[in-house]
Design a protein around this ligand. Structure first.
Ligand code: AMP
Length: 209
C-alpha cells in the first residue's frame, strides 16, 4: 500500500487482507504496540514518531525482515507503511530476491492535501486493536470503547495538526519518490482515495481479482 498518511492505506490494507486471507502488516501499528509495551524498539521509535519523522531505515528494515519470516506470511502478505524510503524499497527488493518472493501489486492511494489534513486530525483509533474511527464520518461510540474489542479509543499522538504537517512534508520528500520507483516495475496501480471506504475497496478488489 502506497500513499500519504490519511489516504486510507491501513483501512484498505486490512480489508484486502480479510478478502485474500493474508495478514496486513502495518509497520506503524507494530511500532505503536512496541511503544505501548515499552519495549526497546518502542523506546527507540517513540521520539521519531511523536515528531512526525521517520524511524531510521536500518531499524525498519530489520524489523520487517523478522516479521516476514513469521508463519502467517507464507501465503502472502500486504505491506502497509513499508517501504517509506527508496533505501527501504531497495532493501525489500534484495530481500525478496534472496528468499524467492515476488512483488504482486503496489496499490497507490491519492487524496488532496486539505482532505488529508481534515481526515487525520479527526481520526481516532482503538488503543488495543487499531480499529479506525473518525469524528465526522464514523464517530466512536458514546462510551468511547471500541465496538470490536472494548479497548479505549484515543487520538494518535502524531495526528495533531502540527505533527500532521510535518508527516506530510516528510512524505513528500522521502516517500513520494517511491511512486517513480514502483512505476518502473509496472506493478503500480493508483486509486482515487476521495470516496467511501466500500467504493474504493470494491475498485481495488475488482482490480486484484
Ligand atoms: P503510520 O501508522 O504508517 O502512519 O506510521 C506512523 C509512524 O511510524 C510514521 O510517521 C513513522 O514515524 C513511523 N513509521 C512507520 N512505518 C515506517 C517506515 N517504514 N519507516 C520509517 N518510519 C516508519
Amino acid at each position: 500500500m502506497l500513499g500519504a498518511p490519511g489516504t486510507g492505506k491501513g483501512t484498505q490494507g486490512k480489508l484486502i487482507g480479510v478478502y485474500f486471507k493474508i495478514p496486513n502488516i502495518s509497520t506503524g501499528e507494530i511500532l505503536r504496540t512496541a511503544i505501548t509495551n515499552r519495549t526497546q524498539l518502542g523506546n527507540e521509535a517513540k521520539a521519531f514518531i511523536d515528531k512526525g519523522e521517520l524511524v531510521p531505515d536500518d531499524l525498519m528494515i530489520g524489523l520487517i525482515k523478522e516479521r516476514l519470516a513469521e508463519e502467517d506470511c507464507k501465503n502472502g502478505f500486504i505491506l502497509d507503511g513499508f517501504p517509506r524510503t527508496v533505501r527501504q524499497a531497495e532493501a525489500l527488493e534484495d530481500f525478496f530476491n534472496n528468499v524467492g518472493l515476488k512483488l504482486g501489486y503496489v496499490i497507490g492511494l491519492e487524496l488532496a492535501q486539505d482532505k488529508i489534513i481534515k481526515r487525520l486530525t479527526s481520526r481516532r483509533v482503538c488503543i488495543n486493536c487499531g480499529k479506525d474511527y473518525n469524528l465526522i464520518t464514523n464517530p466512536p461510540p458514546e462510551d468511547n470503547k471500541c465496538e470490536l474489542c472494548g479497548g479505549e479509543i484515543i487520538q494518535r499522538s502524531d495526528d495533531t495538526e502540527e505533527t500532521v504537517s510535518k508527516r506530510l512534508a516528510v512524505y513528500a520528500e522521502k516517500t513520494k519518490p517511491l511512486k517513480d520507483y514502483f512505476q518502473k516495475t509496472g506493478k503500480l496501480k493508483i486509486f482515487d482515495a476521495d470516496s467511501t471506504v466500500q467504493k474504493i475497496n470494491k475498485r481495488i478488489i475488482t482490480f486484484l481479482t
